[in-house]
Design a protein. Structure first.
Ligand code: AHR
Length: 804
């Protein structure tokens, strides 16, 4: 039987009180259209298409004209405004569609405001809120305009709830008006702050009891080009002065374009600090380090021009922490917060990599550490948790003595299950780890088909037991991304989904919540028996190419005298799967003739082990060499020998699991075009020997992914005097485990159990069933420090046990 022994008398590492936190980025309408509840889209007419979001209303008795002007603006930072000229006998104007509709609730108050200047005549302005079906929900008339800009306000109280309302603004009476900064804002916001955040969404964050809040991203920090990077100084002060910026997620994905996505910065850096304070989270600001997103332009600020970027970081620290008497502290005080926000950490760059990052990080660190040695610096480690970019950076970051390294991972659930022990062997004396972005992907990274299901949540939970167990190294962790609007997302999965009125947490949300609310103060060792699911080092074979046209022939797989596969391509290639139109058999060879993209074909059986694969390969054209695949267990699970990789500079042995590559080893070498190479890979148990033209080039031992029937970790909550045990059972059947709490005299009779499970691995939550997968609490009497517990299939269970 499986046993779980918790050594209550052997406390280990202390857990960072800020261990489990939140990653916020304005993606998927996370800020504008989400947490920042302005209901008017393009309120300042500063979108490149000045009337985007606005629709002209001109019934036949109306006559008029809408023009965009910049003369004598209210604020030169946002100079554009609209002139509405009405010359007919019926009201003339336009309506705003909001962020995929305007969400309003019956009887609640909404503040309508606009900057208005009278231009001709003395018309009035009608503000009318319409439901999706055209019924008027409420209306108001504004008048008495002068030739000077003035803010006019009114309150609307809709007579029905509607998620897709519209606001019409109509000029009644002949004449002309100038209009700018049109706003409709709910009165009911978080803490009822005027212009404050969307209350139900903040409540979801507060309910997580987050240890920290990372802001503002994410790639949004970097910008696709430097000009469009996030600049914190432009996000504070009067709302009217905050300059609009196109959101990088507006155009990032051609399969999810969002042409109406811009950043108004209504949720700026002051609001971020205030939010942290409200929900008790440590602020973790991330700043641009002089690099634009390396997935886009990768634009760089020359090293000798980096000073203004470093100055921005110094000023941010002063804005947050400085006394109200100094320059930036005074700006904070003027915004209504004389007390400092006490930031303790700062991120330098987001998801950067390469030498260019190190050079820039080093310059930031030198200045920041000299002036603010108490501020912990978070440095980037690239976008993947084990690829060559990661392995290049880590040792150098260690040399640079960075405080915390920000690791990211988006991968299939199998990766998270297999990496629950990732940190067990990490260097205890090096920089600490911030698992700053992670989320299990049910299909593939950036696939719109990804679902927030129970399987992903359990994979994250299993992985988090490993983060918790290694709390001396892993000091913080956050799921990413955070929010998504169901009608306006670019990226999935996400932690929290909303529409204009509703919100629900995903199974992953409840996993984060269970860990955060049961954080504890100190790690307790846990011993598990009979949980290892021993996988054999086995799998089929494959051929592949990257940016290269290649032909393969004489593919043999043998075990001793036995032939497992013989492909001489005399009669086609029917034993190979995964081929697309680029693959064809010609002249006894299997050819992939396009020197672009990535191509792979597979053959054989997942049970094959201890075999020798031999083949001949010839490069026809292109940038690299060819791929030889062994131990293929699935489309994203295999060992790859990449000959002539990295622009034909080396041969690379790597292990691919759940869409992530783990570098095993690399050797110098190139592949020439036009000549046949003899390739051989021998497998003996977990060992591999890789030969090119009869010469041993690389050998390694690659253990199969380590997966378990149960995952567990434990902590002690010193204030509550409780031991907290977290157990994940990803399996298809309930599992009874014998639990032993060693080193305690007794346990209290009542144990609190929180179980998170659902109707199958694909189960998830929705607006209709927001708690289908959510923790359910119960109490039981264990009768002593040794008891059995039946962990439900597909579950995360948290037991809180009072001990003496
Ligand atoms: O979380 C979505 C994106 O993933 C983040 O912006 C970026 O840091 C990562 O690539």
């Amino acid at each position: 039987m499986t046993t779980i022994t918790v050594k209550a008398d052997k406390p280990g590492a202390r857990i960072n009180p800020a261990m489990w936190g939140i990653f916020f980025e304005d993606i998927n309408f996370g800020a504008d259209g989400g947490l920042y509840p302005e209901l008017i889209k393009n309120r300042t007419f500063e979108f490149p298409e000045p009337l985007m979001g606005w629709t002209k209303i001109c019934p036949s008795l109306a006559r008029g004209e809408i023009s965009i002007r910049e003369d004598d603006p209210f604020d030169p930072a946002n100079p554009r405004h609209v002139r509405m000229l009405s010359e007919g006998t019926a009201p003339f104007g336009f309506s705003n569609e909001g962020f995929r509709g305007i969400g309003v609730r019956e009887g609640e108050a909404y503040h309508l405001s606009a900057l208005v200047r009278g231009v001709a005549g003395s018309p009035v302005l009608l503000g009318q809120l319409y439901g999706a079906d055209g019924s008027v929900l409420d209306s108001v008339t504004l008048g008495g305009f002068s030739s000077k800009w003035k803010k006019f306000t009114a309150r609307l109280r809709p007579n029905a709830t509607d998620a897709k309302a519209r606001l019409a603004l109509l000029v009644e009476g002949k004449g002309a008006l100038d209009l700018d900064h049109v706003s409709l804002f709910p009165e009911k916001t978080w803490q009822n702050r005027p212009g404050g955040l969307r209350a139900d969404l903040v409540q979801m964050l507060a309910d997580l009891k987050p240890g920290f809040l990372r802001f503002p991203g994410g790639c949004i920090v970097e910008g696709s080009v430097l000009e469009r990077r996030y600049q914190w100084k432009k996000t504070i002060g009067p709302i009217e002065d905050r300059r609009l910026l196109v959101n990088r997620w507006n155009y990032e994905f051609l399969h999810r374009p969002t042409p109406d996505y811009f950043q108004s910065f209504g949720l700026g850096f002051f609001e971020f600090f205030q939010l942290c304070e409200d929900i008790g989270a440590e602020p973790l600001p991330i700043l641009n380090c002089g690099m634009a997103c390396q997935f886009n332009s990768g634009e760089l600020v020359p090293l000798d021009q980096l000073d203004p970027f470093i100055q921005d970081a110094l000023d941010l620290i002063e804005f947050a922490n400085g006394p109200a008497t100094n320059l930036w502290g005074a700006k904070r005080a003027a915004l209504g917060h004389p007390e400092p926000f006490h930031i303790k950490m700062l991120g330098v760059g987001n998801e950067q990599w390469g030498e260019q990052y190190l050079e820039r990080y080093a310059r930031f660190a030198k200045v920041l550490k000299e002036k603010y040695p108490e501020i912990a610096l978070v440095s980037a480690a690239g976008p993947s948790p084990a690829d060559e970019r990661f392995h290049f950076l880590w040792p150098r970051l260690r040399e640079l003595r960075t405080d915390i390294v920000d690791e990211h991972c988006y991968a299939n659930p199998v990766w998270f299950f297999a990496n629950a022990h990732r940190y067990d062997d990490y260097d205890r004396n090096g920089p600490k780890v911030f698992m700053g972005e992670f989320a299990a992907q049910s299909v593939a990274l950036v696939s719109p088909k990804n679902r927030n299901n129970l399987e992903c949540a359990l994979a994250e939970a299993a992985y988090m037991t490993g983060l918790e167990r290694n709390a001396d190294v892993v000091r913080m962790a956050s799921y990413a991304p955070l929010f998504a609007h169901v009608d306006a997302w670019q990226w999935t999965p996400n932690l929290i989904w909303c529409d204009n009125l509703r919100v629900y947490g995903t199974p992953s949300y409840y996993v984060q919540q269970l860990f955060s609310r049961n954080r504890g103060d100190v790690v307790l060792p846990v011993e598990l028996t009979e949980v290892e699911l021993h996988a054999a080092p086995s799998g089929g074979v494959g051929l592949g190419t990257f940016q290269t046209a290649v032909e393969f022939k004489d593919v043999h797989v043998t075990r001793g005298d036995k032939t497992l596969l013989r492909s001489d391509f005399a009669n086609g290639a029917s034993e190979w799967s995964g081929a697309d139109r680029r693959w064809a058999v010609r002249d006894g060879a299997y050819q992939q003739t396009e020197p672009t993209g990535l191509a792979r074909v597979f053959a054989g059986d997942t049970s094959w082990s201890d075999y020798t694969l031999s083949l001949k390969a010839r490069k026809l054209a292109g940038a690299e060499g060819f791929w030889v695949i062994v131990r293929q267990m699935g489309p994203e699970n295999y060992i790859l020998w990449n000959l002539g990789g990295r622009n034909n500079q080396c041969h690379i042995l790597q292990f691919r699991l759940g869409q992530q590559d783990q570098l095993v080893s690399q050797a110098p070498g190139t592949i020439a075009a036009g000549r046949w190479y003899d390739v051989k890979v021998e497998l003996k148990g977990a060992k591999l020997n890789c030969y090119l033209d009869g010469k041993l080039v690389q050998s390694a031992e690659v253990l199969p992914p380590r997966v378990q029937a149960l995952y567990a970790s434990a902590v002690r909550d010193e204030t509550a005097g409780e031991l907290i045990l977290k157990v994940v059972n990803p399996g298809d059947a309930p599992r009874v485990a014998g639990i032993q709490i060693s080193g305690v005299a007794s346990v209290a009779s009542e144990i609190l159990a929180s179980e998170l499970t659902g109707a199958g691995l694909d189960a998830g939550n929705s607006f209709e069933h927001p708690l289908a997968v959510a923790p359910v609490e119960s109490k039981f009497n264990a009768g002593g420090p040794q008891f059995n517990y039946r962990f439900p299939q597909h579950s995360l269970t948290v037991l809180r046990i009072k001990t003496r």
